[in-house]
Design a protein around this ligand. Structure first.
Ligand SMILES: [Zn+2]
Length: 258
């Protein structure tokens, strides 16, 4: 193996381990528990996981997806999030190389994974992620793209556009359309990606939302409007915008020859 390959394998392993930590965040943040301690326990019998029960993906396979002590099934979410995080690490290396921007976008992607999973399960986008996320995005934008000015405009557009849509929908229908969590999440996306890519995120997430929404309605023949929360689509859109948004913008601008 060349040195490059060894680095990449180590990086992939780091991705699995970070994914393991993201699982802890996904599990504990909605209930307000600490993500740092105590060590993980089986929710069924209280068995305290030892280091060899905690090896990403491998432990799950060795234990056959069950607790070592009480044989209660362990959620498939754990290995899925670990593998997904590893894939994100490799994808970001592929797109950005060994750069500071890669590290920043990777941290952003990790926050999106946690938000996606929590929103999917609890219909909730916790402030403890989105609010520090806005601040972190603005701070790092002083040293990596899109730059502070773009990031500030992105934060305002991100927060403002969704807030305005939600407000208009509320006045028109008298129903709450979008939660405050969506607004803060899009503001965070704007802080990391800047105003152009926050618009790309909005377009991509609406397209994904419509396609998946219509598919679900067609398959189940029901009103599935609230089946998938909007934050999950925002996460998918933001991830795509972060990775290939600049290419999409360049293609769009080229197409109309501005
Ligand atoms: Zn157990």
């Amino acid at each position: 193996m060349t040195a490059d390959t060894i680095w990449l394998v180590a990086f992939a392993w780091l991705g699995l381990s970070v994914g393991s930590f993201l699982n802890v965040c996904i599990h504990r943040i909605p209930s307000g528990a600490s993500v740092a301690n105590p060590p993980s326990r089986c929710p069924g019998c209280g068995y305290q996981l030892r280091w060899f029960d905690n090896i990403p993906v491998l432990s799950y396979i060795m234990l056959g997806g069950r607790c070592r002590q009480c044989r209660a099934p362990i959620s498939l979410r754990y290995p899925i999030v670990e593998l997904l995080t590893m894939a994100m690490f490799l994808l970001h290396w592929w797109m950005f190389g060994w750069t500071l921007l890669m590290v920043v976008r990777l941290a952003f992607a990790c926050a999106l994974i946690v938000l996606f999973a929590i929103d999917l399960e609890h219909h909730l986008l916790p402030n403890v992620i989105t609010l520090p996320g806005i601040v972190a995005g603005l701070i790092v934008s002083t040293i990596v793209p899109p730059g502070l000015k773009d990031a500030l405009i992105g934060t305002l557009i991100g927060g403002g556009v969704l807030w305005a849509i939600g407000e208009a929908y509320y006045r028109y229908s008298g129903r709450e359309g979008m939660g405050g969590g969506d607004v803060k999440m899009l503001a965070m996306i704007g802080a990391f990606l800047g105003w152009k890519l926050v618009l790309v995120t909005l377009v991509l997430s609406s397209v994904a939302g419509s396609v998946i929404g219509m598919t679900v309605i067609a398959l189940r023949r029901g009103d599935m409007k609230y089946a998938l929360p909007y934050g999950t689509f925002l996460a998918l859109g933001a991830l795509a915008a972060s990775l290939v948004g600049d290419q999409i913008v360049a293609w769009y601008v080229g197409m109309y020859d501005f």
